[in-house]
Design a protein around this ligand. Structure first.
Ligand code: ZN
Length: 141
């Protein structure tokens, strides 16, 4: 099933289940206005979820049961991630890392990061680590 249809089905279900409660049952009963509202709802949600034109193909038109479609889109996204990562590295290269913040990395080690460009700047000192963990404790209680 294409993503567009999946979203459209969700909108249709929601409209059907809530039309009476919202006092717009007459809009649901009229096929022309019902289709109109469902199409607008589908468009709004597609933009909200950032499902839009990308890499020569509408993500919304990807057939989730077609492996070739998914494969092509995945490769397209991976190449974009790669190019965006390169862009980020360039910015991090230029940044002077004037201010740093302490936070956990993905492996739950306490590390130092640039506040502006988010580049990892190494391990926090014992003192920084202690303050950081203490700060978290205080927030919890
Ligand atoms: Zn920086």
């Amino acid at each position: 099933m294409k993503i567009r249809e999946i979203i459209k089905n969700k909108v249709t279900d929601y409209f059907r289940n809530n039309a009476e409660y919202c006092g717009i049952l007459d809009l649901y009963d009229n096929k022309k206005s019902r289709d109109h509202i469902i199409n607008i709802g589908t468009s709004i949600l597609s933009s909200k979820w950032e499902i839009e034109y990308s890499g020569g193909k509408y993500i919304i038109d990807i057939d989730m049961e077609n492996e070739e479609d998914i494969d092509k889109k995945t490769k397209d996204l991976e190449s974009k991630i790669k190019s965006l990562k390169g862009e980020l590295e360039n910015i991090q290269e230029i940044c002077t890392h004037a201010e740093c913040v302490i936070k956990f990395n993905k492996k739950k080690s306490v590390k130092k990061y640039c506040k502006s460009c988010d580049k990892e700047l190494g391990y926090a000192s014992d003192r920084e680590r202690e303050d950081f963990l203490k700060g978290r404790e205080n927030k919890k209680s």
